[in-house]
Design a protein around this ligand. Structure first.
Ligand code: AMP
Length: 368
């Protein structure tokens, strides 16, 4: 079998690593010549909407998938014209490319979301403030990532300037949710509608970038697990999503509030490579190729620490018990994800010491 992937970064690289033992060959379409996935997959160097590149990457492929949600419509159309299945279906992209549609979908499914209002011109500010109030957070509806394209709004007077700063149109204004922690749930859904849902995990961010994931999230009640997992399952089912999807959630004293949907493998699921029986990457490959899904259960407890900015000394990380390192081969740059380390242990107690040491090394590298 052969899989084509739009995008050739670290997510495509980890998908290709998971595909390899299954005997599935991989081709990626990626304009950057030194992208991570190019190390192990056939690499077509062209823009994501380049017709010749799309034809070449999909030649002989059973299915085309993607590692990011901002897939150009032109690419999907070209592949459809060639009769190559694109999974997840393009409908998953249409909804998740737009924060407003995402929120409308989740609200319609009975999943709580923050109060929100669309802002298409500066004149919408007053109505948005009346509906949502302050404090709030103004976001671009499209193309935001890692906290980019967002402005916090503390007082009503500050909203017009924030709107101007973000371009005046195509924005969403949300009420600021007072949460105790951030959670996420990754789910895989197969072509036959079967699902494999991972346990809710707890995420910490630094400078708007994921820094730590604890899997499973500590102190989960059965009710919270049910609420969080059923939100992810409902979203996957309503989109007829095939492949992996992640829902990001806020944990609040009144229950969970959903924030956003990623229609793809997600950074908060990287722990599953060593920490789960079947990783999110393997389950995505299985799902889009119509193969049975694997077991999403955790082996003990796991933590994932992102390596951002510069890389800690490899030997220092590998000297710690239960630690695995994944290096994406990217040049160091402030705020850039260069890799991640996963720690797996039998218990939270056994995890604590190596996790603290990995975090200290990663924190120092982040600031270096
Ligand atoms: P996002 O790009 O929507 O994932 O937002 C990035 C981060 O900003 C989230 O992980 C939260 O920490 C924070 N954030 C986003 N939206 C809200 C909100 N409505 N209330 C409180 N915090 C938020």
């Amino acid at each position: 079998m052969r899989l084509a992937i739009l995008g050739g970064g670290q997510l495509a690289w980890m998908l290709a690593l998971a595909a390899e033992p299954l005997g599935v060959s991989v081709a990626v379409l990626e304009p950057s010549p030194d992208a991570a996935a190019g190390r192990i997959a056939d690499h077509v160097i062209a823009a994501y909407d380049d017709p010749a590149g799309l034809d070449e990457v999909s030649a002989g492929a059973d299915v085309v998938t993607y590692e990011f949600e901002n897939v150009p419509t032109a690419a999907v159309t070209r592949l459809a014209e060639r009769g190559i299945p694109v999974l997840p279906f393009p409908g998953s992209l249409t909804v998740t490319q737009d924060r407003m549609r995402e929120k409308e979908l989740m609200a319609a499914l009975g999943i709580r979301v923050a109060p929100h209002a669309a802002i298409d011109s500066p004149a919408d500010a007053a109505a948005a403030l009346a509906a949502v109030g302050v404090p709030g957070i103004l976001k671009t509806r499209r193309l935001g990532y890692d906290g980019k394209g967002q402005v916090r709004v503390a007082t009503a007077d500050a909203l017009p300037a924030a709107i101007a700063e973000l371009g005046g149109t195509d924005l969403i204004y949300e009420g600021l949710v007072s949460f105790t922690r951030e959670l996420s749930v990754v789910v895989a859904r197969g072509t036959d509608g079967s699902t494999a849902v991972y346990p809710p995990v707890e995420n910490e961010h630094r400078d708007g970038i994921l820094s730590l994931t604890l899997a499973p999230a500590p102190n989960l009640s059965p009710a919270l697990i049910e609420q969080a997992q059923s939100a992810a399952l409902k979203v996957a089912e309503s989109l007829d999503h095939i492949g992996v999807l992640c829902v990001e959630l806020f944990d609040t004293p009144a229950g969970i509030v959903a924030n956003e949907i990623a229609p793809r493998v997600h950074n908060s699921g990287h722990w599953s490579i060593e920490g789960a029986v079947t990783s999110q990457f393997e389950n995505h490959v299985r799902a889009v190729l119509g193969l049975p899904l694997g077991d999403p259960s955790v082996r003990g407890v796991a933590a994932m620490v992102n390596i951002v900015g510069t890389e800690p000394e490899l030997a220092a990380l590998l000297a710690l018990p239960g630690v695995s390192v994944h290096t994406y081969g990217k040049a160091p740059r402030r705020g850039r994800k260069l890799g991640h380390a996963t720690i797996v242990a039998d218990s939270a107690e056994a995890l604590a010491a190596p996790l603290a040491q990995v975090r200290a090394l990663a924190d120092a590298a982040w600031d270096a």
